[in-house]
Design a protein around this ligand. Sequence first.
Ligand SMILES: Cc1ncc(COP(=O)(O)O)c(C=O)c1O
Length: 393
Amino acid sequence: MSLFYSDMTRRLSQPGSDVWGIHDEAVARQRAGDDIILLSVGDPDFSTPEYISQYTVEQINRGRTHYSPPEGEPQLRETIARLESDLTGKSFSAEQFVVFPGATATLYSVFASIANPGDEVVVPEPLYAGYRGLFDALGIHDVTVPLSLPDFELDVAAVFAAVTDTTRAVLVNTPGNPCGNLIPCESLAALARGCRERDLWLVCDEVYSLITFETPHISLLRSTDDLSNVIVIDGLSKSHAMSGWRLGWAVAPEQLITQLIRVSGATLFGTSQFIQDGAAYALANDGPDVEKMRVEYQRRRDYAAQRLDAIAGLDYFKPRGGMFVMVDSSRIANDGADFARRLLDEAGISVVPGRGFGESAASYVRVSLTHPVSVLEDVFDRIARVAGHMQRY
Ligand SMILES: Cc1ncc(COP(=O)(O)O)c(C=O)c1O
């Protein structure tokens, strides 16, 4: 028997850059009892704030366990619209938002609606590794434009130089994973304008919007007045430590909203009612818990920076947001893959080799700030030891 498989399955099984190889091996070793510290995933180590969980359990007990409209529950859409209006000074209505089970499903539905297989999307790199899987699933080609070193700044002219006849969209991510860079308001405005002039969509992934350090996040929604070609994606996985709840949303122009609702209705059949109730409650009652987590990420970032400053042979970019630090090993290792391998084999530290985020990050490793400082003390002791050995050879 020779049963048929789609082109999508073939695209998804292509050997890509081995982004998760070290992580998978580290998890297996940890399960086998080895002393391993995982700094290779972007899942918050905090528990979801208790008041959110408690309220959501009450919603389950109230019977909020049925189908939900494909566009999302009115109360959640209204809550998001109110928040975005407060943050941007513009007036948003619930009808401008569609809710999905996570930012990933949102991104998938957006790109399924704005590009065909074979089309191109221009995206700065280093880029969030998850975009590659999404594009492979949809048969979209990503055209990458390196961010400018040493600050991982976006070069708007370089983005437009990469546009071709088959480009449908530009995708940016601020605050950025993996670099922790922020795209300034003027660049977002220039991108939106340039995309409009070229009939392109501008998609901005802002899932780390509430985790910034010295300067607050500025949304694309605030950066430009004309939102006719603009799509912004956000969610609760990072800011509220709700990664397992699966809750995200898109803000988009009216016609695209109609399409997104069709995609959601056809493929997802809506997002869980009680999860949306919990999300609306979380957003309406944010309070100190979300801020506490942000402050803790900043404390960890500061600690990591202080330790990295003292390790000879390593350079790094001090992130301005998000939950990762990019460490450049080019002075002591052949590349980030070499350094990541040595960290795992000699010190039980699991980080992601930079090449997984694009060739321009090949000499880097990405370190997640998903452990308290008490654990990071041990982490950076181990990293310093390995870097010290590597310097001597
Ligand atoms: C930049 C970026 N976008 C999207 C996602 C996925 O978010 P979600 O958990 O809402 O699907 C992640 C998760 O790591 C991310 O880093």
